[in-house]
Design a protein around this ligand. Structure first.
Ligand code: RIB
Length: 302
């Protein structure tokens, strides 16, 4: 089958720094680099590299960054016919600081990503897709239209509620799988961070369940991930890897989960697969370029 992803495309402008700057602090960056990024694009690259035919729906400007991003997606095997090239809009950009320990902070200038209309999404990726995945760097109304199509309703719908846009609570009834990280979980559940008690994480995750049959997945960085339903709690330990850059690790998890579900894996093995894929992505720099292949994931799972 195949995966359809509605989401953002950004050129990531990445500064390597010793530590993340504190409010009011000026620091020196060791190096500046450009990487293909954006949550939608990163997730599509992960899904395609992991073996699923993948179509991305989104928008870039008619500029050099847009050209570069489309070329990289095509090289990575992602179908981009449904990525619009908008006149008068700039391609999205993300300004990212990556610290020596791999942690990051990100400021996004959405540009064309915010010009995606609900009308442009409906029917934008024709074909028979099994999995429909989106995130929140594109307008909530566009995500609503994407998940409301008859094709999406007949498939598996996954919402990665990142970043934590409050208005997106209205979307929570749609997905079969809702994926958040710890910070997003706290924001949507109205709790304070850090959350380090597994029982408390599971309790808060259950408060986000909007209908029966839904699972909430929480990614926990080096601590791994959990999936909760009303009845069950599934826990997956993190991998002990040398972390270089965590940018896109959550996207890798989402793209990998979509790909695994698309290939017919049950949720337990899909979670293991996504957890392993995300660990690999943290060992490499950049968003899109850090996404692993299926054989790399198979190797770490052994
Ligand atoms: O999730 C990581 C991504 O968030 C980066 O690639 C950046 O573009 C922002 O969208």
């Amino acid at each position: 089958m195949s995966v359809a992803i509605l989401g953002s495309l950004n050129m990531d402008i990445v500064l390597s720094v010793g530590h993340l700057p504190r409010p009011g602090e000026t620091i020196s960056g060791a190096k500046l680099a450009h990487f293909p990024g954006g949550k939608g694009s990163n997730q599509a690259i992960a899904s395609a590299r992991l073996g699923s035919p993948t179509s991305l729906i989104g928008a870039v400007g008619r500029d050099a960054f847009g050209e570069t991003l489309l070329a990289y997606l095509n090289e990575s095997g992602v179908r981009t016919d449904a990525v619009a090239r908008l006149e008068g809009e700039a391609t999205g950009q993300a300004f990212i600081c990556v610290a020596r320990d791999g942690e990051n902070s990100i400021v996004v200038v959405p540009g064309a990503n915010h010009a995606i209309s609900p009308a442009s999404v409906a029917g934008a990726a024709p074909g028979k897709h099994r999995v429909f995945l989106s995130q929140l760097e594109v307008p909530v109304e566009a995500v609503e239209a994407f998940f409301s199509s008859p094709a999406a309703k007949a498939g598996i719908r996954i919402l990665n509620a990142a970043p934590s846009v409050v208005a997106a609570r209205s979307l929570f009834g749609h997905p079969d799988y809702l994926i958040v990280n710890e910070t997003e979980l706290a924001a949507f559940a109205g709790a304070a961070t850090p959350l380090d008690e597994p029982a408390e994480i599971a309790r808060l995750a259950r408060t986000l369940i909007a209908r029966s049959g839904q699972a909430v997945v929480v990614t926990l960085g080096k601590m791994g991930a959990v999936a909760v339903t009303w009845q069950k709690l599934l826990e997956y330990a993190g991998y002990n890897v040398k972390v270089r850059d965590t940018t896109g690790a959550g996207d890798c998890f989402c793209g990998a989960l979509a790909s695994a579900l698309d290939s017919g894996q049950p949720i337990d093995s899909a979670m293991r697969f996504a957890n392993a894929a995300a660990a690999i992505s943290t060992t490499r720099p950049g968003g899109g370029p850090s996404m692993p292949t299926r054989s790399e994931v198979a190797e770490i799972l052994e």
